[in-house]
Design a protein around this ligand. Structure first.
Ligand code: NDP
Length: 292
């Protein structure tokens, strides 16, 4: 078997076109969705991510603004900016690019962002809402994984799903989203005793570890849908995922590449969250029960 490659670039393009229609509809009513991005310090990768987000916004007509702070910025100044943005009517989404320098309490920063503008979905209310089923904003990366699986019509109901990795931004929300779609979900971590015994049973396998080659073809159930969230840079500067692409391709039914898989979908779902937020503000439907 040779896996069907799940093309995140193509899915992102089609999905962004759909969201652009909703941006245009909002603009006809006099509302331009707005995203504010706060970046602190000189992390080169963060700068690239922020630039890409701004470019993606402008491509579908979302207003975006970048607020840059030096590495030695005072947390109080960044907190004051977030509070100002929380009540800025031109802004419907606020994102603080992580990681932050050491003087910052990341939890305090994330929880200062209004729940109604938390387009990254990292606020405790939104993470907790995934358990209760009323999260306002699903975190963008697992939301993007769900969008790819749906695009390729991967059956989730009753499927055995395995998520490798349990971070708050990918693994745990991913597992909850799959559970909400009636998959039977296992979560594996660095402490899992026999990883392959789980992954070999997975109809749907999502890998978010950050280690190249942690999953190889022999660990995959024939025909499975495999989503590789990992982004790793090799010694020669190449970007690779967590899944050994060549051996996985020979066994899986569906497989995302790296690059060109989950990455473009993450930004797409940030756009989606921003547009949905603007739609809610436009009809006065914000507040903790807004739902998605
Ligand atoms: P974290 O480092 O926060 O989490 C990694 C997880 O992998 C941990 O839960 C860890 O377990 C687990 N793990 C580590 N080694 C193993 C192992 N040998 N077997 C099983 N599990 C293991 O990473 P993130 O979740 O933030 O990111 C994961 C990857 O996804 C990274 O490569 C990151 O760059 C990428 N990423 C990609 C995005 C995209 O847009 N495509 C967005 C976000 C992240 P334990 O908890 O026990 O330590």
């Amino acid at each position: 078997m040779t896996a069907i490659i799940m093309d995140g670039v193509a899915v992102a393009k089609a999905t962004r076109a759909q969201w652009k229609v909703r941006v245009d509809a909002l603009k006809e009513k006099g509302v331009t969705p707005g995203l504010a991005v706060i970046i602190v310090g000189d992390n080169p990768a963060s700068k690239v991510y922020v630039r890409n987000k701004a470019r993606a916004c402008s491509e579908i007509g979302i207003h975006s603004e970048i607020h840059e702070y030096p590495e030695d910025a005072r947390p109080a100044d960044v907190l004051a900016k977030i509070i100002a943005l929380n009540s800025d009517p031109a802004i419907h989404g606020i994102l603080v690019q992580l990681p932050l320098p050491r003087q910052f309490d990341v939890a305090q920063i994330l929880e200062t962002i209004s729940v109604d503008k938390d387009v990254d979905g990292f606020h405790l209310y939104n993470l907790g809402g995934l358990i209760a089923g009323d999260s306002v904003f699903p975190p963008c990366t697992p939301y993007g994984v769900m969008a790819i699986l749906d695009h390729y019509e991967i059956n989730l109901r009753g499927a055995d799903a395995v998520v490798v990795g349990r971070s708050n931004i990918v693994g745990k929300p991913q597992a909850l989203m799959l559970l909400a779609r009636d998959a039977t979900v296992s979560i594996c971590t660095s402490k899992t005793r026999d990883l392959a015994s789980y992954t070999r049973k997975a109809d749907v396998l999502v890998v978010a570890v950050g280690k190249p080659g942690v999953i190889t073809g022999e660990m995959i159930k024939p025909g499975a849908a495999v989503v590789d969230v990992g982004i790793n840079r090799t010694a020669d500067g190449k970007l690779v995922g967590d899944v050994d692409f060549e051996s996985a391709r020979a066994v899986a039914g569906f497989l995302t590449p790296v690059p060109g898989g989950v990455g473009p979908m993450t930004i797409t779902m940030l756009l989606a969250n921003t547009v949905q937020s603007a739609e809610r503000f436009a009809v006065g439907a914000t507040g903790r029960k807004a739902g998605v």
